[in-house]
Design a protein around this ligand. Sequence first.
Ligand SMILES: *[C@@H]1O[C@H](CO)[C@@H](O)[C@H](O)[C@H]1NC(C)=O
Ligand SMILES: *[C@@H]1O[C@H](CO)[C@@H](O)[C@H](O)[C@H]1NC(C)=O
Ligand SMILES: *[C@@H]1O[C@H](CO)[C@@H](O)[C@H](O)[C@H]1NC(C)=O
Ligand SMILES: *[C@@H]1O[C@H](CO)[C@@H](O)[C@H](O)[C@H]1NC(C)=O
Ligand SMILES: *[C@@H]1O[C@H](CO)[C@@H](O)[C@H](O)[C@H]1NC(C)=O
Ligand SMILES: *[C@@H]1O[C@H](CO)[C@@H](O)[C@H](O)[C@H]1NC(C)=O
Ligand SMILES: *[C@@H]1O[C@H](CO)[C@@H](O)[C@H](O)[C@H]1NC(C)=O
Ligand SMILES: *[C@@H]1O[C@H](CO)[C@@H](O)[C@H](O)[C@H]1NC(C)=O
Length: 431
Amino acid sequence: MKLRLQTLSPWMVIVASGLFIGATARDCVFTDPIDTEFYSTHDALSALDGCTTIVAETIELSALYDDLHLPDVRNITGSINVARRTTSWRSSGGYPILSTIDLPNLEHLGALDVRNATAMRNISMPRLKDVGSIYVQGSLSDLSLDFRSLERVPAIGVSGRLEALNFDSLRTVDNDLSIDSCGACGRWDLGREQETSIALLFPSLVSVGYLKVSGYLNSINVANLVSAGPPLDPGDSQLSTDSGARLHLTQANETLSLNLTNLAAVDKQLYIWGEVGSLKMPALKTTNATIHIDASAPLNISLPLESAESIDLRGRITGVHLPDLSTDTSITLSSIYECEEDEHSSLTNVTCHIPSTGLSKAAKIGMGVGIAAGVVLIVLAGFFCLKRSRKRKADSREIVDLPAYGTGSAVPLQPGGRPETPPPPYSAGPT
Ligand SMILES: *[C@@H]1O[C@H](CO)[C@@H](O)[C@H](O)[C@H]1NC(C)=O
Ligand SMILES: *[C@@H]1O[C@H](CO)[C@@H](O)[C@H](O)[C@H]1NC(C)=O
Ligand SMILES: *[C@@H]1O[C@H](CO)[C@@H](O)[C@H](O)[C@H]1NC(C)=O
Ligand SMILES: *[C@@H]1O[C@H](CO)[C@@H](O)[C@H](O)[C@H]1NC(C)=O
Ligand SMILES: *[C@@H]1O[C@H](CO)[C@@H](O)[C@H](O)[C@H]1NC(C)=O
Ligand SMILES: *[C@@H]1O[C@H](CO)[C@@H](O)[C@H](O)[C@H]1NC(C)=O
Ligand SMILES: *[C@@H]1O[C@H](CO)[C@@H](O)[C@H](O)[C@H]1NC(C)=O
Ligand SMILES: *[C@@H]1O[C@H](CO)[C@@H](O)[C@H](O)[C@H]1NC(C)=O
């Protein structure tokens, strides 16, 4: 393969940039994308090593098999791609096998697009300030990402077996911020204790278009988040797929505490599923979002919420305390526990009792070995709660039954018009 590499001499660069760039600065300009489609790390290094600025539409690294380390590069105008199934003889058309991309001084990058790179372990761009979008998907290799200087980005999508993410300075994601940590994916030999889990820390995040989190976490911190949605570029399907927040959380050791202390605005949806032991959301007062909480750990819901499009609470709800909720917000409750409304028969003040005779234990076992016993108890408990909510016919509040989430808008029913088939009282998650 013939590379047409056009480099400017150091002297020309010094003259052109008014002496701001050191004598080693080098611009490498590639006009034909073929010239930046590399088939080995050696090829890539001989073309790129020593460049300070790389002007190229794409840098295609899918066929590389050794680590890529480029300490001099500061600015890459195009995108880095590790995405295609390659047809190179070396990888015989399989997935990319590159495992490390280390660009310690990179500050500006057009985009990062890493897909199906099952062997990717480490992407390190600790000085990156400016990037079009980041997609890193499909790693099965305990991936670590370091983007610690990044403050604002149009969209981020990360999925795979994740070990560590550093987005410590990230304040704004204009559209999607999607993180899917798949625990034991690709490692069927591992038991649950050994699944890879991550601490999902976005300590500086203030605003996001759509926050989507799923998977195995040992902690989550989005405590500074103020708004979730709407996205900045809703028409751009590359950057924006939805609005609001959907959290599908599975804990790694003990239940997660979800601290959304500053969250004041949510657009369209707030969906929380999973092993959340406590939920703090004191700043959210009014929202046009549908709020859907499906608790798989005992959860007491106590919020100063005043209005929402609708509220649907399911699973291991131990109490509902929504003293400020306006009467035109519809609310449904389907707890697996035995619930008692207050004397006004209001779903905004409900206490549920975890049976002392070990239902919670049985239900836990139900998720693992003793399925039969657990399921029977859960179904009984659900039936009991359903009967109770049927008793609520007198309530003037409109009863809304949300179908499986995301299948469209809720269909309001007439009071008492609740369907005969009960909704599943408890949706067991993947364990
Ligand atoms: C990156 O390099 C390109 C081409 O030289 C230049 O146009 C652009 O301004 C540079 N970006 C930054 C942020 O320095
Ligand atoms: C590559 O990854 C994408 C998701 O990033 C997935 O939809 C696609 O099926 C994968 N391709 C192959 C060949 O597995
Ligand atoms: C990733 O690579 C960087 C740079 O080479 C290194 O400093 C860091 O320790 C690596 N991280 C992991 C988890 O291997
Ligand atoms: C959960 O596990 C992570 C590591 O996997 C650890 O850092 C964290 O302290 C653990 N939390 C508790 C409460 O044990
Ligand atoms: C929640 O986050 C806020 C803001 O970071 C912090 O001040 C507060 O102590 C946290 N609360 C809990 C219970 O962790
Ligand atoms: C919902 O509220 C947000 C502000 O919180 C607003 O930007 C958005 O347009 C509203 N959406 C609808 C459908 O009313
Ligand atoms: C739930 O929270 C409310 C309000 O904070 C409190 O009064 C109630 O005792 C709590 N219930 C349980 C079971 O912890
Ligand atoms: C909630 O219900 C309990 C018991 O029915 C009652 O004692 C309490 O005053 C009620 N709280 C509110 C805020 O209505």
